[in-house]
Each structure stands twice: as C-alpha cells, then as structure tokens.
Design a protein around this ligand. Structure first.
Ligand code: BTN
Length: 357
C-alpha cells in the first residue's frame, strides 16, 4: 500500500476521531514532516483534512473522484469490518466434516481490487485490461477510467461513458473454470452489482437476463464479459462493468432516454462514486470466491430472486432468430431455461430479451 493509502486508512479507522502526527509517523515509519507533506498532497486532491497542533488529523470529507489510493484504503477499511464473516467461507471446497476453527481467522485475501489503476481517459477499460492480461499481470487487477472515448457494450453497441459521472471499469480474472462455465461469472457479477447498489444507495435494482441491471424497467448498469480461451481452458476473462451513477436525463442520447436511467435519477440525490465502487469490488470479490469454491448454486438462487423476467413471457432475439416462451429458471451453467410456446425447455446462452405484452 502507498503512504497516501495508509494515511487514508488510518484516518478512516479513527472514525470521527483524529490521529496524531506522532501516531501516524510511528505507524508508517516516516517523519512527521513527511506525514505533513502527504496530508498537504491529499488536500490538494480535494480531501478535506482538519489539522491542529492538539487535534491531530481528522478526515472530514473526500471528493467524488476515483483515486486508486482512496479506493484501496476504503477496501482495506471495509475488509476489517464487513468481510470478517468471510473468514468462515472456504476458498476451496473443503471436506464436509471439516471442523470450524475455535477462533475466527483473518478473512481470506482479497483478489478483486488488490491492484487498482485509475485513468483519466482511455478508449475502453476492457482494452487496457486486455493488454495487462497479455503482459501476464495477475488476476484481480481493476482498471477504472473517469471517461471512455470508445466504451463498448454487448452486441457491438456503443456504451456512453461521460467524464466523472459513472463507474466505467474492468476486472481481470484467471478462473479455474471451463470456457462453458464462465457464464457463471457474469451471473455472479450481476448479483454482486444488485447487492452493492443496495448497500451503497439503498435502492433495489433488478437483473434483466443476461446481464442488464435495471430499475423501473430502465437500464442502470451493464456487464460486458470478454473471454480468451482454448478449447478446454480459460486463459483469462475481462469483466467490463458500466454503472450510470450520476448521469442526468440530458446526458443520454435521445434514442436511449426511454431505455436508460441512472442511480442519481432514481434516488433523487447524487451518489458517492468511490463508496459505490468500493461496495461493488467488495461484493464482486465475495461472489468470485463463491463461484471459485463451487458454490454457484447459492449465487444462482440469489440471481433468480432478483431477476425481473422469471415467470414472464418473453421474446429472445438471438441473431436473426426469435424465440418466444416463458422464462423458467437459471441453469447450472448460467443459461436461461425457457419453456417455448411448443412446450420444449430451451437453454439460452445469449441474446436480447424483451417482455411479451
Ligand atoms: C452492456 O450492457 O451492453 C455492457 C456494457 C458494459 C460497459 C462497460 S464500461 C467499462 C467497460 N469498458 C467498456 O468498453 N465496456 C465496459
């Protein structure tokens, strides 16, 4: 962790209290003058840090900007608190008779978000991750961009990504899954997004299969999963996630205004992007752990409970083909099980869904 991240973590862990320069200097092993220089640097970035000779340092406010040090510090602070329960969750499937340890061990090490990089502008964060993947970077690295010039969505669509208004980011994963099992990760990402939105904003979002996150029938977030694989082995997966956090109606092109929304439009207030980003990374990491430990069933149950199309009559367009039927459930591999009008159960692994009137 960088010094700035360590200072932010120490200030956050003090809650509403303050931390003295001496404490910080001892904890970080640098002089009080160096601490002061870092505090000034953080203030320059927009962090409101109160300082006084007898008070020590106190974090009053953080800017709504994405800074890698800040995100890492927030994740570190949340790991100490909220994720303690994860310590009991096996990362690998363990024997059924395994005894629970007498004392709660440390939570498992985080994978998603252990390395975070923030760009002011890029073409697409998926492009940046692809390059990192080819360079052999470890899984878990997350790339955010404040703005994307060529953000892309599913089925070759454009994804609008205006500066400082949303979360546009991608995650590199190297899962031990077969190529046909990787839909599980898209499903897990959708459940993680719904939980994180709830935790950070109090809003209830729904999943529209395969991977749209919707509110009031309008899309608020989307997931673009890109895969590099051999016949029987996944080389890497890029999970690209776009969340319309603080966009206003006028930020969407006219043709999208009926179909798209943002969290701030739904909540009627601005959303803290760093807080939301941290919640999403934390929930994604939890669900990645669940899928990696063979616990996809639990994720699928949660997905079904938040799915807006189950039990509904739908039309699915797959290329030029249209399939009509009732959305029944989610298959073990993450495919949608559709009861067609002819009574057959079809496994649908991709396509565009609309509700039948
Ligand atoms: C969709 O619903 O069509 C998927 C949208 C995915 C958008 C995100 S934004 C971050 C990442 N970079 C991209 O170019 N696309 C994904």
């Amino acid at each position: 962790m960088t010094t700035d991240a360590q200072i932010l973590t120490a200030l956050r862990n003090a809650g509403h209290g303050s931390v003295s320069g001496t404490e910080l200097s001892q904890e970080l092993g640098i002089s009080r003058a160096a601490i002061w220089a870092h505090i000034e640097e953080l203030r320059g970035l927009g962090y409101d840090i109160e300082a006084g000779p007898h008070l020590g340092y106190r974090l009053l406010n953080a800017p709504d900007a994405l800074h890698a040090d800040d995100l890492i510090s927030r994740l570190d602070s949340s790991t100490r608190g909220n994720r303690a329960g994860l310590a009991e969750r096996p990362r690998e499937p363990g024997p059924a008779t395994q005894k629970r340890p007498a004392r709660t061990p440390a939570p498992p090490p985080r994978i998603i978000g252990r390395d975070i990089r923030v760009f002011q502008e890029t073409t697409s964060t998926n492009d940046v991750i692809e390059k990192l993947a080819r360079d052999g970077v470890k899984e878990g690295v997350v790339v955010f961009a404040e703005c994307q010039t060529r953000g892309r969505g599913r089925l070759g669509r454009k994804w609008i990504s205006p500066p400082h208004q949303g979360l546009w980011f991608s995650v590199l994963l190297r899962p031990d899954l077969l190529p046909q099992e990787t839909t599980q990760l898209t499903v897990a990402s959708a459940t993680a997004l719904v939980r994180a939105i709830r935790l950070a904003t109090g809003l209830k979002a729904w999943i529209k299969w395969p991977n749209d996150i919707v509110m009031g029938g309008r899309k608020v977030a989307g997931i673009l999963t890109e895969l590099s694989a051999e016949l029987d082995r996944v080389k890497y997966i890029i999970l690209g996630i776009g969340v319309n956090a603080n966009l206003g109606a006028g930020d969407f092109p006219p043709d999208l205004r009926k179909a798209a929304t943002s969290l701030s439009m739904e909540a009627g207030r601005a959303i803290s992007r760093p807080e939301l980003a941290t919640a999403i990374l934390s929930e994604l990491d939890d669900d990645y752990a669940r899928v990696s430990s063979g616990l996809f069933g639990a994720v699928a149950d949660e997905w079904e409970a938040s799915c807006s199309i189950l039990g509904r009559d739908v039309v699915i367009r797959v290329g030029d083909r249209q399939i009509r039927g009732r959305a029944e459930s989610l298959g073990e591999d993450g495919a949608l099980l559709l009861r067609t009008d002819h009574g057959h159960l079809e496994r649908i692994t991709g396509g565009d869904v609309t509700l039948e009137r």
